[in-house]
Design a protein around this ligand. Structure first.
Ligand SMILES: [Zn+2]
Length: 329
């Protein structure tokens, strides 16, 4: 059979608003906008942001690896920083890659996808509801059997008492029956009260509803010299709201297909040898579980330390919902 790398599938719940910025200021509705999917214009959390935070938090829990093996890893001689260790037995460097080792850089055995919205919370007259759409569910392997809602229509899950019309934010939609119970087996860890209050709209409306209901907050820059608000420093930023449910995947390659260089001394001479990463006596072909445990250790701290920008301002905490076991199937 052809080789298939493992794919760990994760659902995550935003405990705070999450801001992963585009890095630049923008003229328009908000000063600091968040990263979006080019095709759909839907906000997302880039895989690079997930991997970066996961790397740092995993390194914090691995003895002797923080801060050296966290971060970007470019050596900085002025600061006396040597960069990532790049050793074939370093779970951090092998999992997330390293910039420069004995034999050059290494991409890492774990590849993080972007985190995309699955259920998006919106206020309605029937209370809070979580919006999703057929296109998003299809990406999770869930096909909608009933007729899909048209642009002005909504199907509602059993936990919502609404007939006739339902507002999602400012938007009024026609209720056209029940949302088929989402396949809970493919939504591992997503809280039942969210599934019970899910509503299904068309793919096109999903994009509009999400973009119209993002959090927009206003903040001020503090002048470090005076400790007071800097003049003219009021700015707005957008964020994925608290209680959003997101989905991402981590693909884990088997170490046995890779070799990492290390320096050894033989007969008093320095030599370079190429070895299978994360190899030990029990695992002569390398131990992929070490990669998975490293990822899990890192993801565990998302819910307390957060991801993205401004997480000193009560932003960015993200609870990964199905960390027990090794991700959803
Ligand atoms: Zn390392």
């Amino acid at each position: 059979m052809a080789y298939q790398p493992d794919s760990l599938k994760y659902f995550a719940l935003a405990l705070d608003p999450i801001h992963v910025g585009t890095g630049g200021m923008r003229l328009g509705r908000v000063d600091m906008s968040i990263v979006r999917e080019p095709g759909t214009n839907l906000p997302k959390i880039p895989g690079t942001s997930l991997a970066g935070a996961c790397r740092t938090y995993a390194a914090m829990q691995e003895s002797g690896k923080f801060p050296r093996c966290a971060g970007q890893g470019q050596p900085d001689t002025a600061r006396g920083y040597q960069g990532h260790c790049g050793q074939p037995d370093c779970p951090i460097c092998v999992t997330f890659g390293f910039a420069k080792g004995t034999g050059g850089g290494f991409q890492g055995l774990a590849q993080f996808s972007d985190a995309r919205l699955v259920f998006f919370p919106v206020h309605s007259l029937a209370g809070p509801v979580w919006v999703t759409c057929p296109g998003v569910l299809r990406d999770l392997g869930i096909e909608i059997q009933e007729s899909k809602p048209l642009d002005g229509q909504v199907r509602v899950a059993g936990g919502i008492t609404a007939s006739g019309r339902l507002n999602l934010g400012w938007l009024m939609l026609e209720v056209v029956g029940n949302n088929p119970a989402p396949d809970a087996g493919k939504l591992a860890g997503v809280p039942q009260d969210i599934l019970d209050r899910a509503v299904l709209v068309s793919d096109k409306m999903f994009g509009h509803i999400v973009n119209d209901n993002l959090e927009v907050r206003t903040s001020v820059s503090i002048d470090p010299a005076t400790g007071a608000a800097a003049e003219g420093a009021l700015y707005t930023y957008e964020a994925i709201p608290r209680a959003s449910v997101l989905y991402f995947e981590v693909v884990v390659s088997h170490p046995k297909y890779y070799r990492i260089a290390r320096e050894v001394e033989r007969d008093g001479k320095k030599q370079t040898e190429y070895v299978i990463p994360l190899r030990d006596e029990q695992h002569p072909e390398g131990d992929p579980d070490k990669v998975k445990d490293t990822i899990k250790n890192g993801l565990k701290l998302f819910e307390s330390l957060g991801i993205g920008g401004m997480n000193t301002r009560g932003m960015g905490r993200l609870r990964v919902l199905n960390l027990n076991g090794r991700g959803a199937k």
